[in-house]
Design a protein around this ligand. Sequence first.
Ligand code: DC
Length: 213
Amino acid sequence: MVPIVTIDGPSGSGKGTISKALAIDLNWNYLDSGLIYRCYAFLHSIGVTDITQEINHINHEYDLEHETISYRNKNITDDIRGPAITKLSSELSQLSGVRDKLTMIQKTYRKEPGLVAEGRDMSSKLFPDSLVKIFLTANLEERVMRRANQLRNAGQKVNISELKNEIVLRDDRDTKRTQSPLKQTEDSIFIDSSEKTVGEITNLIKKLINEKY
Ligand code: DC
C-alpha cells in the first residue's frame, strides 16, 4: 500500500506550507485538495460545463515560496486564490454531487513512493487508512495574520476586520456542513502551529512517519 500522511485543518493553519515542505523533503506526491475545490469553483464561475474534463487543463507549479496556477496557458493564480473563488469553493464544496466527483480525482493522487494530502476530510473520508493523521490548527489571530501576509505578498489590499469575518464565516461553513465537515478524527494527532516553526512541525511529523513506516 502506498503510504500517506494526511493533514487536515482550517484555513491559515499552516497545512499548505507544512504539507509542501514535507512532500518536497520526502520526495512524495502532494495533494492540495482545497485547490481542486478552487479549480472546480473557478471553472464553474467562467461557465464551463464539463468541469471534470476541463480540470485537466489546469496546471499547478510550486516550490516552497512560490506557486503558479495556469489554465490553458493563462495565469489564474491571483483569481483562484482571491476572495471570490475562496468563498465560492467553500459554498460549492457543500454539495454532495460536487464532492463525489472531486473525491474520485483526489484519490488518483495516491501513487508511489507516497503521498502528503492536505484539506478538510483527508483523514476522515478520503484516506482513512493513512499512516499518520494530523489535525493542524492555530489561533484565529495568527490565522488571520498568515492569510493577510499571503494576500499582501500576492499584491492584494487587505482589510483585517473584513478578512477576519470572512475566515470565521468560512470556518463555520466548512465545519458545520453535513457532507464531510472538517473535524478531528479520533486517531489524528493534534498540533497547534501558533507558536511553532515550520521546521519543528515537519520534524515532528517525520518522526511520527519513521515510527510507523
Ligand atoms: O484549503 P482551501 O482553503 O484552499 O480550500 C478551499 C475550500 O475548499 C474550503 O473552504 C472548503 C473546500 N475544501 C473541502 O471541502 N474539502 C477539502 N478536503 C478541502 C477543501
